[in-house]
Design a protein around this ligand. Structure first.
Ligand code: HEM
Length: 535
């Protein structure tokens, strides 16, 4: 038990410099003045008024008064751990990302798991998507793979994200319900957003009540690009597969645990690592070319679609091992700042419009959540690679930049720091065409084919759980028209599913929604349903 020695983990140096053990030390103020009496304030006579002069009392109370920072606007409830990623081979043919450059190469990581909707003190085992965010401290800078445990998302457009979250969070007038999608505003939004239906099936499935963080998959969700040293790029989807297998709670267990042990997942992760049962995942890549993507019956820029493994099998490239608990929840788990825009040379974005919005959102929110523009200097966020640039000043600046030159180009400092050219991050050159326009490609409008594929890939027991989850959620919806619209969306997925949910609610099956596209739902090549995704 206890914290293992990570030996040559390059993250240890920077973190060790700020790790403090106060045990057995003499109490001091923040100015390192030893405190004689920590129980009594300074008074004018034993029964007299407390004196303004008591800087020790004032410092202690002032610091306490400012202990809280805003919680994350989403994913507020989370748990994290340190570990490493080990590459199974040399992937330089497809990516120049340093962490994939050699067999056995280890890169330190910090991983945070989370629920999405609940507040910081909410329960772990509620029905919700789980965040799976990995910060890789590579020699070429930090790469954050900020994923979820479900491979698709609710919406296709960053423009809709604030509305989605407003609808799912507690209702603004009375602040209820806590950490649950089972209320009118969420289902109202859902029933008016047909692109959500694929995600709704995952969300009502057992995937949304994982047994443990150690036993859930993770997905990058969006299509990304990998780029090699010659600038050649391929598309890529990222998958984490737990070596302990993917397992869920059953609903009754999940509900009881909310009351009996709201920290169930947090405790499970902590105790597993503390007892040396290190959680492990393998990283799989689905790699495909632009030519392949052009033949798929869906758009790879649409985050409500996955790439079935029948079309592109997984290539396993390494494993993730979590082997050290944080020393301090606030300093590490709370202050860690992931960002979908943090990529390194060898990894690049696509035009997925949801991803494009995320590139802006994370650092923007962290400027207010973590107090200013220098939160990259907080030890848990600092890269192990050195930082050299002309950015200066701002609240809480730690780095002491030397010299008179903080601009480029310059001649007074020999031109340094200088831009790296091809040794630095180079965006994949991509032809763009068309007029400025708000809208979506037509293939984005097939909302039902993959939802149906997911439904028929489920076992009988899993299908029963989906029907029961719809029943539970929709019986808590007060507005009949909202329930009816959800049922209409389910008719478009599968008549049998819609009929079963309608019967469970004592309602009639409504007419299907009009199709949003002129194209008929597409057919996949015949394949066993399980090859839709890896279990
Ligand atoms: C956290 C925005 C979509 C995964 C966050 C945070 C914001 C945000 C503002 C809080 C960050 C912080 O305070 O540090 C958005 C926007 C999205 C979007 C605007 C769409 C336009 C997604 C998607 C995924 C995702 C599609 C999964 C692929 C996460 C995770 C966290 C998070 C895992 C928690 C990170 C942590 O543990 O600190 N998101 N998000 N988000 N988001 Fe998103």
């Amino acid at each position: 038990a206890g914290q293992p020695d990570l030996g040559d983990n390059p993250l240890d140096g920077p973190l060790d410099r700020v790790r403090v053990d106060d045990t057995g030390r003499m109490l001091t103020t923040n100015q390192a003045v030893r405190v004689a009496d920590n129980q009594n304030s300074l008074k004018a006579g034993l029964r007299g008024p407390t004196l303004m002069e008591d800087f020790i009392l004032r410092e202690k109370i002032t610091h306490f008064d400012h202990e809280r920072i805003p919680e994350r606007v989403v994913h507020a409830r989370g748990s994290a751990a340190h570990g490493y990623f080990e590459s199974y081979g040399d992937q330089s043919a497809i990516t120049r990302a340093a962490l994939f450059s050699a067999t056995g190469k280890r890169t330190p990581v910090f991983v945070r798991f989370s629920t999405v909707a609940g507040e910081r003190g909410s329960a772990d085992t509620v029905r919700d998507v789980r965040g799976f965010a990995v910060k890789f401290y590579t020699e070429d800078g930090n790469w954050d793979l900020v994923g979820n445990n479900i491979p698709v998302f609710f919406i296709q457009e960053a423009m809709k994200f604030p509305d989605l979250i407003h609808a799912v969070k507690p209702e603004p007038h009375h602040g209820m319900p806590q950490a649950s999608s089972a209320h009118d505003t969420f289902w109202d939004f859902a029933s008016l957003s047909p692109e959500i239906v694929h995600m709704l099936l995952w969300h009502t499935s057992d995937r949304a009540i994982p047994r443990s963080y150690r036993m859930m998959q993770g997905f990058g969700v969006h299509t990304f690009r990998l780029v090699n040293a010659h600038g050649t790029s391929v598309f890529c989807k990222f998958h984490w597969s737990p070596m302990a297998g993917t397992h869920a709670l059953v609903w009754d267990e999940a509900v009881r645990l909310v009351a009996a042990d709201p920290d169930y997942h947090r405790r499970d992760l902590w105790e597993a690592i503390d007892s040396g049962q290190f959680p492990q995942w393998e990283l799989g890549l689905q790699v495909f070319s632009e030519a392949q993507a052009a033949r798929f019956p869906f758009d790879i820029l649409d985050p409500t679609k996955l790439v079935p493994e029948a079309l592109v099998p997984l290539r396993t490239v390494g494993k993730l091992v979590l082997n050290r608990n944080p020393d301090n929840f606030f300093a590490e788990t709370e202050q860690v700042a992931f960002c979908a825009a943090h990529v390194v040379p060898g990894i690049d974005f696509t035009n997925d419009p949801l991803l494009q919005g995320r590139l802006h959102s994370y650092v923007d929110t962290q400027i207010s959540r973590l107090g200013g523009a220098n939160f990259h200097e907080i030890p848990i966020n600092s890269p192990v690679a050195p930082i050299h640039n002309n950015q200066r000043d701002g609240m809480h600046r730690q780095q002491i930049n030397r010299g008179r030159v903080n601009y480029e180009p310059n001649s007074l400092a020999g031109g340094c720091p200088f831009q790296a050219g091809v040794r630095g991050f180079v965006s994949v050159p991509e032809a763009s065409h068309g007029n400025e326009v708000r809208g979506k490609p037509e293939l984005f409008a097939d909302h039902y084919s993959q939802a149906r594929l997911f439904w028929i890939s489920q076992t009988t027991v899993e299908q029963d759980h989906i029907v029961q989850a719809f029943r539970f959620e929709l019986t808590r919806v007060q507005t009949p028209a909202v329930r009816k619209r959800v049922l209409a969306a389910l008719v478009n997925v599968d008549n049998g599913l819609a009929a079963r949910v309608a019967a469970s609610l004592g309602m009639d099956v409504p007419d299907p929604l009009p199709p949003a596209t002129s194209r008929p739902p597409y057919q996949y090549p015949p394949s066993p349903p399980l090859s839709l995704f890896h279990r």
